[in-house]
Design a protein around this ligand. Structure first.
Ligand code: GLN
Length: 443
């Protein structure tokens, strides 16, 4: 008789084998998943000890190294790159008795917000076929939404966990900067990137986060962080700041407003509209930082060490960032643009920190517009795409935590289009953020 890990892994593998051709969610399946699951079962039977992720099957974004699996970042540059080590988060998952089932589709090198920048084609949004799944962690959010795993890992530099979670109707967490080790993540922008969990509900996301978080000597920016604990907040005095920005689709804002009103009424929490003065500069601040850091990170893809020379094989968006980054860093500019962006990053960070002296959390939509129809992205200008990140980027700039939870659906398509609600909280305040999220999830 097979144990829980093997049984569940087999069920998911069968399902993936049936639907993946059509959904394009996994770029690679872990051929050893069943064997690894069996070993976990045997270990549990032998020792009588179950890790916290025992029985959980986990999908991983193709930008995170998993020993023996291909992590190609959905790019031809690294098409056949097989990881030679486990990222710290993967090590922790394995130590927690979780099983890695495969590597998921994403925007090439995590650069994008739709999923369409994958050179292997866009993953299907199972909750709203025909519309983009969002990105860049498109496959991870879609895998959870399609029921092809229990949980998934994504990475979030400017929204790449929250944005696809919103579009696919699942829960996604961007942890505070430094709470989760980035060791083994192929970086887009090392001062902003964070690995985080995607799951079907807040509790599962909290569990996975608690397992992967913590200080790691291989990532000097990490800190231990408080234990993740979900608290009952029904009778607590929670104060919500509601953030509204210009340019948000009315249907989305109405849905969020309705949800917040329900929450406040049910739990007798307080809410007030909050304004963050320079929030409208977030997108303009973020992209120069990403361009510069990405340009620098990609210098190792010179065709000698890993895969191909990046400029010769990458797609349009990746090339745009490399060329942009090389331009901004030209000696004659003396770091002017990068430094300016760093200054504004600091201002936005301070403004948000100030807001958290007053509010326990800040709620807003995750994305300002409905996910577009697959293919429409080709006709959009980069600035239009980048505008999609206006509400997610601030949390990365401020190094704080943020989550996307399903808020309902806009009745546009037959089954409606999923809309995510974002909750931001201060640095290292994951427990409170997740507790608030869980209370809202119940409504
Ligand atoms: N859409 C943003 C970008 O293209 C976010 C990407 C991310 O978080 N990895 O940079």
């Amino acid at each position: 008789m097979s144990g829980l890990a093997e049984k569940k892994t087999k069920e998911y593998l069968d399902k993936i084998n049936k639907v993946n051709k059509e959904l394009n969610i996994f770029l690679h399946i872990n051929e050893n998943a069943l064997l690894e699951a069996r070993k976990v079962d045997e270990k549990v039977a032998r020792t009588g000890k179950k890790g916290r992720l025992y029985g959980k099957v986990i999908a991983v974004k193709s930008a995170i190294n998993v020993l023996g699996l291909i992590a190609n970042c959905a790019s031809l540059v690294l098409e056949n790159y097989v990881s030679t080590f486990d990222a710290t988060v993967i090590k922790k998952i394995k130590e927690g008795d979780g099983v890695i089932i495969g590597m998921t589709n994403c925007d090439e090198f995590c650069a994008g917000g739709s999923g369409e920048n994958s050179v292997f084609g866009c993953a299907v949004n199972p909750s709203c076929p025909g519309r983009i799944p969002g990105g860049s962690s498109s496959g991870s959010a879609a895998a959870v939404a399609a029921g092809l795993c229990d949980m998934a890992l994504g990475s979030d530099t400017g929204g790449s966990i929250r944005n696809p979670s919103s579009n696919c109707g699942v829960v996604g967490v961007k942890p505070s900067y430094g709470l989760v080790s980035r060791y083994g993540l192929i970086d887009l922008s090392m001062s902003l990137d964070q690995i985080g969990p995607i799951a079907g509900n807040v509790e599962d996301a909290a569990l996975l986060l608690d397992v992967i978080k913590g200080k790691d000597e291989r990532d000097t920016k990490t800190f231990a962080g408080k234990e993740i604990r979900l608290e009952n907040l029904k009778d607590k005095k929670v104060k919500i700041g509601v953030l509204k920005i210009k340019g948000v689709d009315k249907r989305i804002q109405t849905l969020i407003d309705k949800k917040v009103a329900e929450v406040v009424k049910r739990y007798k929490w307080k809410m007030e509209e909050v304004s963050i003065k320079h929030i409208d500069l977030a997108v303009q601040t973020y992209y120069p930082l990403v361009y510069v850091e990405f340009f620098s990170a990609t210098r190792r893809f010179d065709g000698r060490r890993y895969g191909y020379k990046i400029e010769e094989k990458c797609g349009e968006e990746v090339l745009r960032r490399i060329l942009g980054g090389s331009e901004i860093t030209k000696a004659e500019f003396e770091g002017r643009y990068y430094n300016k962006a760093l200054e504004v990053k600091e201002i936005i960070k301070e403004e948000l920190e100030k807001a958290f002296e007053e509010y326990d959390c800040i709620i807003s939509p995750v994305v300002p517009s409905l996910p577009w129809k697959v293919g429409e992205g080709d006709k959009m200008k980069p600035e239009e795409m980048y505008a999609f990140d206006a509400l997610t980027i601030p949390a990365n700039l401020a190094e704080i935590c943020a989550i996307s939870i399903p808020a309902g659906k806009v009745k546009e398509e037959k089954e409606g289009i999923p809309i995510g609600l974002q909750i931001m909280a201060g640095k290292n305040e994951e427990s409170m953020m997740l507790s608030i999220a869980r209370e809202i999830e119940k409504i």
